[in-house]
Design a protein around this ligand. Structure first.
Ligand code: HEM
Length: 550
């Protein structure tokens, strides 16, 4: 998910920061700051040489006690609005139990909240390890979609979710959203041409070798993630970057290490995190990934600065668009990792879910193949018009995402000061807000027979209406109050147009060259709930066989 990533600082010192971690954090937080903790520790160490063993133990107990007290009194307290239902019960005991439940049963809690309260325009709280999240009825999205970022904070949610103070996840730089919006989306047709070359190479090199006669087992999510990482790297920095296997490995591992590291760190109380973060191997690995990003990007940036060469890739657009501290090549290299976090696992998840759905509904596969034959150019590639004409594939992708979006909650924001809505309701400061995206997608008022997977649902809608707005809303890339998988408003995913074409191109290549199916008796793998995330089953295997192409 997600996601823009990195702290607000002159990011040239990212590696040092990860290594020295908390010593110079500039993130303001009402929780105990790492600096305070480090200062305490430094002072204690200085004193230790002159003290006895008993004195030292006493000193440490005193420091930890002081820290806990400071932490308690300085932590921002969430104020619950009286009268808004809390899923699982409003008493303190119930909320503590529900916060735990949210870790693995979030979908049911959000469904319960939405269909009992929100569907008719009511708010509800869903307890989670981050506190009681306030779920908003979508009519309030208009009040919030362009709110100032310091009052309705998007990046803060990543910093909280991924322990950004220690993992560096969560960037307040706008360089990458800016360039994705302004440059990538504008040059998408050109980019997609080279991306399709990369896909063919990826299938040759990464996809398991299959015969035409026997079915071969394939761990789908792993293979697709490696393909998406390479294909995305082609867009980030051309063939030089996509063929750099150390970079590609780092771009995949960065997200995994950051994610696992954050999960491990969450088990510690706030005041121990500055120390614990230095001991968690995954968080320590992040510094290596930054080094790898610099090793890959710095020579490319230097060469391009020397020759004035400007290939059509994100690295070049970022180099041109960078201002002030963003112009530091080490900063640009670090942003490459942030954008790969936003782009790779998100797209790989959507693509894997789509392939699971195609295996579960094999009748759709032949429709996709026929559609590809209709829209492909003579050389087999898909052009701008062709991508747009792929209504069937687009529809299946959207239906697949309706059932299995990557995020159960989107439009996640932290309200930093009391924020009045247009009807006078005030969201209290320090509230995490969001919209239950997956529950909305199952609302029968919006989607008739929502529990039925109808791959052609959106294609039929596009064919049976003359209304351009309805046609637009039926597209995979639509971001509106009924389709919240890509968020909404000022931060709605700017990479969704690339992601949509990338998934179409990868899946079309797969279907044209291979047969796919589940093993006999195998059901569609269920997604895994991890708090707000709804992840494709990484252990699931599908079968594939090379197609005989006449
Ligand atoms: C199917 C794949 C993807 C999904 C499901 C997805 C989902 C999202 C979501 C839910 C948000 C937050 C929106 C909000 O809260 O309003 C977001 C933001 C973002 N996404 Fe994506 N994303 C995907 C692919 C990509 C790709 C391929 C890129 C880059 C090329 C990308 C770049 C970004 C960026 C930069 C942001 C932050 C925007 C900002 O700071 O204003 N995403 N994405």
């Amino acid at each position: 998910m997600r996601n823009t990533l990195l702290l607000h600082h002159s990011q040239s010192d990212t590696i040092d920061r990860v290594e020295a971690m908390s010593s110079s954090s500039i993130l303001d937080t009402a929780l105990l700051t790492p600096r305070l903790f480090d200062n305490c520790m430094a002072w204690a160490s200085a004193q230790a040489s002159t003290l006895s063993k008993n004195d030292i133990s006493g000193l440490f107990i005193f420091i930890i006690f002081t820290v806990i007290i400071l932490n308690y009194f300085s932590a921002p307290k969430q104020r619950l609005v009286h009268g808004i239902p809390v899923i699982g019960g409003a008493s303190k005991k119930d909320r503590i139990r529900s916060r735990e439940r949210f870790r693995h049963d979030s979908k049911a809690m959000l469904t319960e909240g939405y269909f009992r309260n929100n569907v008719n325009g009511g708010f509800f709280y869903v307890p989670s390890p981050l506190g009681e999240r306030l779920m908003l009825p979508v009519r309030y999205l208009e009040d919030l979609k362009t709110a100032p970022v310091d009052k309705v904070d998007f990046v803060g949610t990543f910093i909280e979710m991924f322990e950004g103070k220690y993992t560096t996840f969560g960037s307040r730089s706008t360089l990458h959203p800016r360039t994705v919006k302004a440059d990538l989306n504008q040059h998408l047709p050109d980019v997609m041409m080279s991306v399709q070359d990369e896909i063919a190479d990826c299938f040759d090199e990464i996809f398991p070798k299959c015969s035409e006669d026997e079915w071969t087992e394939m761990p789908l999510v792993d293979v697709i993630t490696r393909i998406v990482a390479r294909v995305s790297s082609r867009m980030f920095g051309g063939p030089e970057l996509s063929r750099n296997s150390s970079w590609v490995a780092a771009s995949i591992a960065f997200a995994i290490d950051g994610y696992i590291g954050a999960q491990k760190l969450k088990k510690y109380p706030e005041f121990l995190k500055p120390v614990a973060s230095r001991l968690i191997p995954e968080i320590r690995n992040l510094a290596n990934h930054y080094r790898e990003a610099e090793k890959a990007a710095l020579p490319m940036l230097a060469e391009r600065a020397r020759t004035g060469e400007r290939p059509k890739d994100l690295l070049a657009w970022m180099q041109d668009a960078a201002v002030d501290e963003e112009t530091d090549p080490r900063f640009i290299a670090s942003i490459l990792l942030k954008i790969s976090f936003a782009a790779i696992h998100t797209t790989a998840a959507a693509n894997s879910q789509l392939i699971f759905d195609l295996c579960a509904h094999p009748e759709l596969i032949s429709l996709c193949r026929e559609e590809y034959e209709r829209v492909a150019d003579e050389d087999g590639k898909i052009g701008k018009k062709g991508f747009f004409q792929m209504h069937i594939m687009d529809s299946i992708m959207k239906e697949s995402q309706r059932f299995n979006p990557l995020l159960l909650i989107t439009f996640e924001r932290i309200i930093t000061e009391d924020w009045p809505l247009s009807d006078g309701f005030v969201i209290p400061a320090h509230t995490n807000i969001g919209v239950p995206a997956q529950a909305i997608a199952m609302d029968p008022k919006l989607y008739p027979e929502p529990e039925t997977f109808d791959g052609l649902r959106f294609a039929k809608l596009r064919e049976t209406t003359d209304d351009p707005a309805t046609k637009g809303k039926a597209q995979f890339v639509a971001a509106n109050p009924q389709s919240m998988a890509f968020g909404y408003g000022r931060h709605a995913c700017p990479g969704r147009f690339f992601a949509g074409d990338e998934v179409k191109a990868i899946t079309t290549y797969l279907l044209s060259h291979y047969h796919i199916r589940f093993a006999d008796g195998q059901n569609r793998p269920k997604s895994m709930e991890v708090e707000t995330q709804f992840l494709p089953d990484h252990a699931a295997i599908i079968l594939c066989k090379k197609r005989k192409i006449a």
